[in-house]
Design a protein around this ligand. Structure first.
Ligand code: ASP
Length: 419
């Protein structure tokens, strides 16, 4: 009997942890040697293959999905629901982060001066929220595609998709068929790439475990535990309850359908790189139409980041506690709003959320130099938190897709779910 893909991936993760621990004990530092090189290159190859399909996948799927929605009203409704879902769940996540960090106060009494060696000038602080919106419009779509500017590609693809519906039938049908066929071909490519997921995940997890320094983890253990607890509550309590309330479907079906995507998000720390797997799981396992998934998922991968939003808020309060600053109610309110904007602005790549913390600390008026010292330590322990929050980000995107599909009257959901 052939083992289901998500079980293969989970086993690969476990083996990766064992390999990682062995390498750590053998090398006591950055491991070397041909065997380590071989295993970790499996991870690199997997990520490269995923990245290879992202741009053609998002582009063809959005154009196909949007051009299949013939009236502007449906499109507006879909857009409205999508944005409402993104904002609501991100705010839930932020409130969990806010509450937990205020109760546990992980930053009290932590002194980090010796462990931090981080140069603030290496950080590029992102622009204003308005700037993020303006940057959505690409100067040149081809350039956006070649530089992996996701929001730029999405903007152009939606625009093109809408315009295709307005063409004369002769042109409209030709273009639609062309993009649909191309989309099918890219989905097939994705199917082959995903078959390699267990090997890729083995390489990625081995490297993550082998290269992490556990000493620092214990120094800021409570901070990490606070964030992990918040992410767990959001992932396994808030999102499933929301899912159940809005769809009346057992959430376990959804988590089973998405297991491979969740494991890939965890191993790659990148919502964008995981997008091909997320799309396949939601369409093949959960049975959501391309019309909805092509609209909600690609944008969700860059815009809807619940895990990151929780992390921004909790991270800034942690920094305030380490610096011994008490934030007033209105300052905490600013933290909530800017954490939301920072999570929207963060790219779906590893550690993007950490850099975005500067948006929030600047909004409440902390000095960059003080903050940089603490962020240096946060960066050193960021990998496991990043893996976890990326998994939450991707799961939230997929739950939103399923909820919206159900609300659009789709009835064939979760017919293929088996363990
Ligand atoms: N790595 C996260 C993602 O791709 C973003 C972050 O750093 O929070 O979803």
């Amino acid at each position: 009997m052939k083992l289901k893909l998500h079980w293969q991936i989970l086993i690969a993760m476990a083996v990766g942890v064992v390999f990682g621990i062995i390498f750590q004990n053998v090398y006591h530092g950055e491991p070397t040697g041909w065997f380590y090189g071989l295993i970790t290159s499996l991870g690199t190859i997997f990520i490269r293959l995923l990245k290879m399909v992202i741009v053609p996948l998002i582009f063809s799927s959005i154009v196909t999905g949007v051009s299949g929605i013939s009236d502007g009203k449906s499109l507006g409704r879909l857009g409205g629901k999508t944005l409402l879902y993104y904002v609501t769940t991100s705010l839930f996540a932020i409130l969990i982060g806010l509450t937990l960090t205020n109760i546990i106060r992980p930053g009290d009494g932590v002194t980090l001066a010796t462990s931090a060696n981080f140069d603030a000038s290496t950080i590029q602080t992102p622009g204003s929220p308005a700037g993020i919106l303006i940057r959505m419009i690409p100067l040149n779509p081809v350039n956006a595609a070649s530089s992996g500017d996701m929001l730029g590609i999405i903007f152009f693809a939606i625009f093109l998709g809408v315009v295709i519906t307005k063409l004369e039938p002769k042109y409209r049908d030709t273009l639609r068929n062309l993009f649909e066929s191309f989309f099918e071909a890219i989905m097939k490519v994705t199917e082959y790439v995903i078959k390699l997921a267990p090997l890729g995940v083995l390489g990625l997890i081995t490297k993550a475990v082998a290269t992490s320094g556990f000493d620092l983890f214990t120094a800021v253990g409570i901070y990490m535990a606070t964030i992990a607890t918040g992410l767990t509550i959001h992932l396994f309590v808030v999102l499933p309850i929301l899912f159940f309330l809005l769809t009346r479907i057992n959430p376990i079906h959804h988590y089973r359908s998405m297991a491979s995507a969740m494991a890939t998000a965890f191993s790659t720390s990148s919502s964008s790189a995981t997008l091909p797997v997320t799309m396949r799981c939601i369409e093949e396992n959960a049975g959501v139409s391309n019309r909805v998934s092509s609209f909600v998922l690609p944008m969700g991968a860059t815009v809807n980041m619940d895990g990151t939003a929780l992390y921004e808020c909790a991270g800034v309060l942690f920094i305030a506690q380490v610096l011994g600053i008490d934030l007033s109610f209105s300052q905490q309110f600013i933290v909530v709003i800017t954490a939301l904007l920072a999570s929207i602005g963060a790219a779906g790549i590893p550690s993007a959320g950490l850099v975005m913390i500067f948006i929030v600390t600047q909004a409440v008026g902390f000095k960059d130099a003080d903050v940089a010292l603490i962020i240096g330590t946060m960066l050193a322990v960021d990998r496991p938190l990043d893996m976890f929050r990326t998994m939450v980000n991707v799961t939230s995107d997929s739950i939103g897709t399923a909820i919206i599909a159900k609300s659009e009257g789709e009835t064939e959901l979760y017919q293929n779910v088996k363990m």
